[in-house]
Design a protein around this ligand. Structure first.
Ligand code: DGL
Length: 271
């Protein structure tokens, strides 16, 4: 049993889709979430810049004596996770790539898996490498969707919003026509678009939610290490590096519940 909090970070609000899942399957845990709203989006950055940002994000969360850390950012998971894990070997640290790939490999029937993610994640080839290591017969068809994150961060994720629906059709119709039966939403912002994505891809395509998969992996990890908390109800504390009030408004929608306190501001460049 361990009552220390779990740290979670993302470039902005997308990682809250992972927090929502963690809350639902690990309700006793305290979570400290950091959204790097002053530097979002991460997906268009180089690997060197991403590593610098991610190191600062980890250093900030480690000031809270966390018992585990979830990199709820596909972009950091694909470009920097092994380095971060090596530099923080004393801390259980999970990214979204492996849990999502394991799920995709287990659900695909025709061995054709699609991946949508940021440009940096697609460029890294991390999903392809991980799936090849799990099942060498699977073909992965990838598509970078760089406009999704800024649209979601600006609240344009609802069904019926013509801007996001037009962009989604532009990105996804060609992917659907490749015959994939499984689609990894390899960026934690994308589950907010699940309904729009699902309508375009059709019912025969199974969507894999990176946030939900990393939440399940976290539960297994904490259980195996006997690190679960046993209080009746945990709480979530949110930090953002810019516009904490705006972040709070979006966060309540993403988490599907009102916030228990104000979002706190952090100057991430100090870490
Ligand atoms: N939500 C993040 C991801 O999963 C970051 C996207 C971005 O900032 O570009 O990739």
């Amino acid at each position: 049993m361990d009552l220390r909090p779990i740290g979670v970070f993302d470039s902005g609000s997308g990682g809250l889709t992972a927090v929502r899942e963690i809350r639902s399957i690990l309700p006793s845990e305290n979570i400290i979430y950091f959204g790097d709203t002053s530097r979002v989006p991460y997906g268009s950055r180089s690997a060197e810049i991403l590593l610098r940002y991610a190191r600062q994000d980890v250093r900030f969360l480690r000031t809270f004596d966390i018992k585990a850390l979830v990199v709820a950012c596909g972009t950091v998971s694909t470009t920097a996770l092994p380095r971060l894990q090596a530099e923080n070997a004393d801390l259980p640290m999970l990214g979204v790539v492996e849990p999502s790939c394991r799920r995709a490999v287990s659900v695909t029937r025709n061995k054709r898996v699609g991946l949508i993610a940021t440009a940096a994640s697609v460029r890294s080839g991390a999903y392809e490498r991980t799936i090849a290591g799990l099942d060498g017969d699977i073909t992965v068809v990838s598509k970078a969707c760089p406009l999704f994150v800024p649209l979601v961060e600006n609240g344009r994720f609802r069904v019926g919003d013509t801007v996001i629906e037009t962009v989604a059709r532009e990105y996804l119709e060609s992917l659907r026509d490749t015959g994939i039966d499984t689609l990894i939403m390899g960026c934690t912002h994308y589950p907010l678009l699940a309904e729009i994505i699902g309508r375009i891809m059709g019912p025969e395509v199974t969507l894999v939610d990176a946030g939900a998969e990393v939440a399940r992996a976290l539960k297994r990890e904490l259980t195996d290490r006997e690190l679960l908390a046993d209080r009746p109800c945990g709480e979530t504390t949110l930090y953002a590096s810019d516009r904490p009030e705006d972040f709070g408004l979006l966060a309540a929608t993403f988490l599907g519940q009102p916030l228990s306190g104000a979002v706190r501001a952090v100057d991430i460049e100090q870490y």
